[in-house]
Design a protein around this ligand. Structure first.
Ligand SMILES: [Zn+2]
Length: 169
């Protein structure tokens, strides 16, 4: 009756398989990658580019992205307020100041992005969205899903970046 045969499967031989500590940098992730949990838009064959449904799709992405960014900004502010408590050790303070300046830069970047998202949402409202500012071609659904605030097609963007680089070379 006391069949004491423990299934071999559950007796893992690996000692202390502690879950690997997550490298949680969190908010400091690249500001370029927007909110990603949406379904790629599949337009119907006869669907016009940037018709109401598509505009709605991108409005939704932008709103969610902005919401996410605002939460990150809040978190940064709260974090800094919490941490701003007394640090009597000057070494700790130096580290903390450095950390703060990084966080402030992140916040600044997020703020600019939030502004850009607001501008983009305005363009959606005016149905002036999805076309290259420079040459007028359709920017395309996939590119816009990767970069919802894009206002230039890939080619014009690449050219602009090249010029920028030459300017600062
Ligand atoms: Zn273009």
């Amino acid at each position: 009756m006391a069949a004491d045969d423990t299934p071999t499967r559950s007796s893992s031989s690996e000692p202390g398989n502690a879950p690997r500590a997550r490298t949680s940098v969190g908010a400091a992730s690249g500001g370029d990658s927007p909110f990603r949990s949406f379904k790629p838009y599949e337009p119907a064959d006869d669907e016009p580019y940037m018709g109401p449904a598509q505009l709605e799709h991108f409005r939704d992405i932008l709103l969610k992205w902005r919401h996410q960014l605002m939460e990150e900004v809040d978190r940064t502010v709260n974090h800094m307020q919490d941490e701003a408590a007394n640090f009597p050790d000057p070494a700790d303070r130096a580290t903390q100041e450095e950390e703060f300046s990084i966080e402030l830069k992140t916040r600044d970047r997020e703020r600019k992005l939030i502004k850009k998202i607001a501008d983009t949402l305005e363009r959606i409202d005016q149905e002036d969205y999805g076309y290259c500012d420079t040459c007028g071609v359709e920017i395309g659904l996939r590119r816009l899903e990767a970069r919802p605030t894009a206002s230039q097609c890939v080619d014009c963007k690449a050219l602009a970046e090249l010029r920028e680089k030459q300017l600062h070379a």
